[in-house]
Each structure stands twice: as structure tokens, then as C-alpha cells.
Design a protein around this ligand. Structure first.
Ligand code: FAD
Length: 381
């Protein structure tokens, strides 16, 4: 029996396992390895942060996939031995015919001096739970959210967090006592989009009284102060950060990666330099046509890439030619507070530059995002 091994039980790994198992039935063994026993649905972390979701609502046991005859191994991936078609995990050695890598990125707060001591990570499940506790006791002062470095996943998420913080304090009647500041190394809120998209977002922030500081280098965090290049100091009563993202060490120790540690792939098939080995999701270095820079990373793209790879593996296993291609298309909804959201359509592979739209905040967009969360957690796990 052929075997497909999937490394990582996050968005990409879960979708790939489902689609592949459905296509191949009992003719192939499909195994997912993850160090975590649970999957945490990241896209709703901003809602968890303001208390509109409870941790339990966003947590699912990966073992649930066993109902679909997908094998789940709880373990740490230690080494990829690609020339011998095998992977070493802490529980032993697993061989494979096809390998799908969806190990995502890890956070490295220790690379920003003072981050771990004086800031809370707004992208991490436990960090978000702590932030929610702090917010419930916050009555006045300045809250700063800083993006440590580029690239970071889901570029609209920090803006969504700021809009939801605005809602949170308005609903409590103390918005006038709270200053909200977002600090980013990017030159614009949507750097790859046409300038009017960035301008729209800047205007929305300004209308809600949210300060935006762009094009800065974060040097250090001290108690209640963010220190930027050129000696600029930003005071904060509550310091939130997005820690630098790196691919897991197990990938950086291979010859699959580029100089930044992301796995080089064919942007249409997601295949790496090793035939039958694919990388999807946040760990992949998907390059934009013409421009050559990385395509931004997000769950919707990991999801779409997973489907392409799983369907092509099913064809290959039957002796057919792989015919599916990832087209760089997707959509995103950024919640803007009070039950509204901005819908964005994205076509990353459009030449000469990506096509990105941003609609005005609407109720239907918010409902689409809420429905997608329910659909995702019900259908894929
Ligand atoms: C706050 C926030 C909001 C977001 N909002 C959105 C949104 O609205 N829309 C959207 O599309 N995307 C959103 N995203 C991004 C989205 O969650 C990610 O892009 C997506 O999860 C990437 O999927 P992945 O499969 O590549 O990695 P992940 O989902 O991160 O999965 C990687 C898995 O690999 C496992 N792993 C890693 N290393 C090892 C190892 N050595 N051994 C064993 N297991 C390992 C991890 O435990 C993890 O389960 C958001 C992210 C955050 C943090």
C-alpha cells in the first residue's frame, strides 16, 4: 500500500489529509504527525482576544481525524531524510511514498530583547488568553501593538486586532481613556496592494482614532516602553507584540530552504526540489511572478494549496498525470468591529503585480467570516 506522510496538523495538513483520504480511500495510508494534540483555529484569535470566543470554541483534538481513517501520530519531527524517503520523529522512523510538509512557522520572541519579559504575543494562543485577561482589567492608558519583523503571516490580522480593541473599549464606555497605537516596519498597511487600498485602511484607522506608525525598526522592549531605531521611544501601559516568525529548525536543517529558511517550491504544484515532496502553507516560499517577493501567507492559501497537492497525489498514485494547479487566488475578511468586516479579493499571480481589493466594512462580510469558522471546524476536523 502507498503511504503519504503529512508533517503538521494545522490548516494545510488537516485539509490535505481530508482531501487525499477522500480521494484514495483504503488504497493509501495517510498519516499526520504533529507535536500538538490539538488544533487551534488561529483566524479567530482576534475574537478570542476581546472575549467574543472562548478557548474551547477554537480548539479541536486532532485525534478526531481518526474517524475518517486518517492516522494521527503525536510527536516531534526531528529530521528529514529525503534521499531515503523517510522522516525521523521522536517516536521512530517513518517512510513514505509522498511527503507533504505543512509545518508552518514558529515564533521567536527571544530575538527581540525584552519581548518575553515585557510584551505579550498577540499571535500565540496562550498569549491571546493572557491579553484577554489584561484587557478585562484595563481602565485607561496606552496600548501598543508592534510587528517585530517582516514577513509575518496574515498581514490584515494586526489591523483587525486594533479595530476589535476599538470596539472592546467603546462597548465599555472608556474608549476616550485608551490610546491605541499600531507600529509596523511596513511602509503601508497593504504594501503589495495598489496605494488606494493602503490609503483606505489608513483612513479607517484615523476615523477610529487608532494611531499608525510605519517604516520603523523595532530594537527593544523595556518595561512600558517600545524602543525604535533613531532612539524613538513609545510608551505603553500594555505592550502587545507579534514575535518574529521562523520556519521550524527541522526544515532549516535541510537543503530545501532559501536563505531566509522558507522552503523553495514550484508556485503552481508546491513541489520541492525532491520529486514527491511538497511544501504548503506558511513554510513555503511562494514567489510572486515578475516582482519575485514572497506572496503573503494565510490560512486560505494553505487550504487551497493543500487541495491541489492532495488531488495531484491521488492522481499520481493511480498512475495518472497530476493536473491541478494552485492559482494564487483567495479571499480574506478583516473584522472591523461591531459586527462588520471588510471583504478582500486577492489574485497573487496576476501580472505584472498582484490584484488586491478592499471593500468597505459590511455586515455580510462579517457573517461570511463567522460562517467560515463554523464550516471549517465542523467539516475538516
Ligand atoms: C492572529 C491570527 C489571525 C489569523 N487570521 C487569519 C485569517 O483571518 N484568515 C486566514 O486565512 N489566515 C489567518 N491566519 C493565518 C493562518 O492561521 C496560517 O496562515 C495557517 O494556520 C497556516 O497553515 P499551516 O498549515 O502552514 O501552518 P499551521 O496551521 O501553523 O500548522 C503547523 C503545524 O505544524 C506543527 N509543527 C511545527 N513544527 C513541528 C515539528 N517539528 N514537529 C511536529 N509538529 C510540528 C505545529 O504544531 C502546527 O500544528 C491568522 C493567524 C493568526 C496568528
Amino acid at each position: 500500500m502507498k503511504k503519504t506522510l503529512i508533517l503538521g496538523g494545522g490548516i494545510g495538513g488537516i485539509v490535505a489529509a481530508n482531501v487525499l483520504k477522500k480521494a484514495v480511500g483504503s488504497s493509501m495510508q495517510v498519516t499526520v504527525v504533529d507535536r500538538q494534540e490539538n488544533h487551534y483555529y488561529n483566524s479567530s484569535f482576534p475574537l478570542l482576544l476581546i472575549g467574543e470566543r472562548k478557548p474551547k470554541q477554537l480548539t479541536r483534538e486532532l485525534k478526531q481525524l481518526e474517524r475518517k481513517k486518517i492516522e494521527i501520530l503525536h510527536g516531534e519531527v526531528k529530521k528529514l531524510d529525503l534521499s531515503r524517503h523517510r522522516v525521523i520523529i521522536d517516536r521512530g522512523v517513518i517512510d513514505y511514498d509522498y511527503l507533504i510538509i505543512s509545518l508552518g512557522v514558529e515564533y521567536h520572541p527571544e530575538t527581540v530583547p525584552g519581548f518575553s519579559e515585557f510584551a505579550l504575543n498577540a499571535y500565540d494562543f496562550n498569549g491571546v488568553i493572557k491579553i484577554n485577561q489584561k484587557l478585562n482589567n484595563f481602565s485607561s492608558g496606552q496600548i501598543v501593538l508592534f510587528i517585530s519583523s517582516l514577513p509575518y503571516k496574515c498581514p490584515p490580522a494586526p489591523y483587525e486586532i486594533m479595530f476589535l480593541l476599538n470596539q472592546f473599549f467603546r462597548q465599555r464606555g472608556i474608549r476616550h481613556k485608551v490610546k491605541l497605537t499600531l507600529v509596523t516596519p511596513d511602509f503601508s498597511p497593504e504594501p503589495l496592494a495598489p496605494p488606494k487600498v493602503g490609503q483606505k485602511l489608513r483612513k479607517m484607522l484615523a476615523q477610529k482614532g487608532i494611531e499608525l506608525i510605519t517604516e520603523v525598526k523595532i530594537l527593544q522592549v523595556e518595561e512600558n516602553v517600545l524602543i525604535l531605531d533613531h532612539g524613538v521611544r513609545i510608551p505603553a501601559d500594555l505592550m502587545l507584540g507579534i514575535a518574529p516568525h521562523w520556519t521550524p529548525e527541522v526544515l532549516r536543517n535541510t537543503d530545501l530552504v532559501d536563505k531566509n529558511g522558507y522552503v523553495e517550491v514550484d508556485r503552481q504544484t508546491m513541489e520541492t526540489s525532491y520529486p514527491g515532496v511538497y511544501t504548503i502553507g506558511d513554510a513555503a516560499a511562494v514567489r510572486l511572478p515578475v516582482i519575485g517577493s514572497y506572496a503573503p501567507r494565510a490560512g486560505v492559501f494553505a487550504h487551497a494549496q493543500a487541495k491541489v497537492v492532495a488531488r495531484n497525489i491521488a492522481l499520481l498514485a493511480r498512475g495518472a498525470r497530476p493536473e491541478y494547479r494552485y492559482d494564487g487566488k483567495g479571499f480574506c475578511v478583516m473584522n472591523t468591529g461591531f459586527g462588520r468586516g471588510c471583504y478582500s479579493r486577492v489574485q497573487y499571480y496576476k501580472k505584472p503585480s498582484p490584484h488586491i481589493t478592499l471593500q468597505r466594512p459590511t455586515r455580510p462580510a462579517y457573517l461570511i467570516k463567522a460562517a467560515f469558522e463554523k464550516y471549517w471546524l465542523k467539516c475538516w476536523l
